[in-house]
Design a protein around this ligand. Sequence first.
Ligand SMILES: Cc1ncc(COP(=O)(O)O)c(C=O)c1O
Length: 486
Amino acid sequence: MTTPVIGWERETPVPNHAFNDYLNARNGRLFYDDLDLAGLVIPGADNHGLAQPLPSPLEIVYLPMIRRRIEQLRRAFADAAAEVGYPGRFHYAYASKANTAEEVVRTVLLAGAHYEMSSVTDINIATLMRAAGYITPERMVIANGFKPAGTDYARYLLRFRAMHDALIPVVEDFAELPPLIEAGLPFDVGLRQKTYGQHASAAEMDAANSRFGFDTDGIFRAAEIIASAPNLRLKMHHAMIGSQLLDARGFVAGLTPAAQVYARLRQRHPDLSIFNFGGGMPVAMTLDFHFDYRDFARRLMLMLRDVCAAHDVPPPDIMGEMGRYTTAEHGAHLFKIVSVKENGSPLPWYLIDGSIMSAFPDTWALGEHFIVLPLNHLDKPFRRAQLGGMTCDSDDVYPPKPSRSALYLPAETNGLYIGFFGVGAYQEMLGGVRGSKHCSLPEAYELIVDRRDDGRYQFDVMPGQTTTDVMRNLGYVVSAVEPRLL
Ligand SMILES: Cc1ncc(COP(=O)(O)O)c(C=O)c1O
């Protein structure tokens, strides 16, 4: 088991250095691409033309990264297809559950991605995005999630289908079929197979303990029901095996039993044309990440070609529903070190002006790692330290409790700021937006960053919560108290 590299791991200063393809130190300060992060929060610094520095903590939403990653993966699949002569297409879909913020969904759709959704609210978002022209008529909208008869999700899907032909419900239980059949509207549908986990055979997949999808017998029976319904057409086979799958060879091996089922289904149902591997596309959440996307695409295409040839059916179009991959790296969260506490603990506590566990729930819930780097003082010596949040919760720490990763930060803590990176997927959705958080800490300001065609940065500031916002949210009648006391 390797130990994730979460930052600079030495005591020596690092004034100039490329940590990865977007984080680099220049003259002792940390830049995200060309954005001097310290400049956003430190008074008197070059703050990119902002009227004044923004308050800390500060959440950064860096939209150009979303476009970059989509483009990078499309290129990897196009290169692999050219190399092996794969005849099928690659469809990039965005799994919106990773981050459903308006500016994220809009950016993804403007980059041409298809839209994968999983709830009734997502349908309303898709309706808005379609009205605004971001979901174009040919764009596939893939509906995963449970949608049995009688649910709002099932009802709203029918309404959305009336306005959008390219809606593809992915059916994963027999109870989801009647509303589609009874609606009478023509539907292209998908079928989700129970594939979650790393399995060597269809029998192993069938025996797995997962609530998602049909077993092999069930998927064939569901396909027959679809074939006999005059308004349904089976177009997609859905086979997700996991998330953040770091081994390209293992990823493809895990998809192989599902591909065999795809090919057998395709023999009986010739409209079937898309193999959807769902999520799992990994992305750098730490600094030791390496994954060759083109190699993955090449292996996947070769596997699908071999399996389909053995079953005498054409290789499918490929779809992935990239959640974490699309959004992890566009998100960063900046904090100030407000105090350093040396109380006999093995390492000094660097205390931040916010909460680690509220901002990144995966740290305490899953022991997940993210990148942490100082925004300034990179030209001064470092020392090993640990981070503590402002709540009074013993889990509000970083590195997470079970971790053996080493965190080094500048020994000079006067005016020190740090950033968490790779936090743009799932963390905000799990922690909640505009809610009331642990220990009633208000939510941070948010800075949405984009880049104009001339390369200059463009900013949108979303104010954070005040303490009275939090109190109102919790049901307090704030007007009952003299305003100057709050
Ligand atoms: C059906 C489905 N597709 C795609 C995803 C996205 O997965 P990832 O974040 O690994 O890309 C998920 C995540 O839970 C999912 O449930």
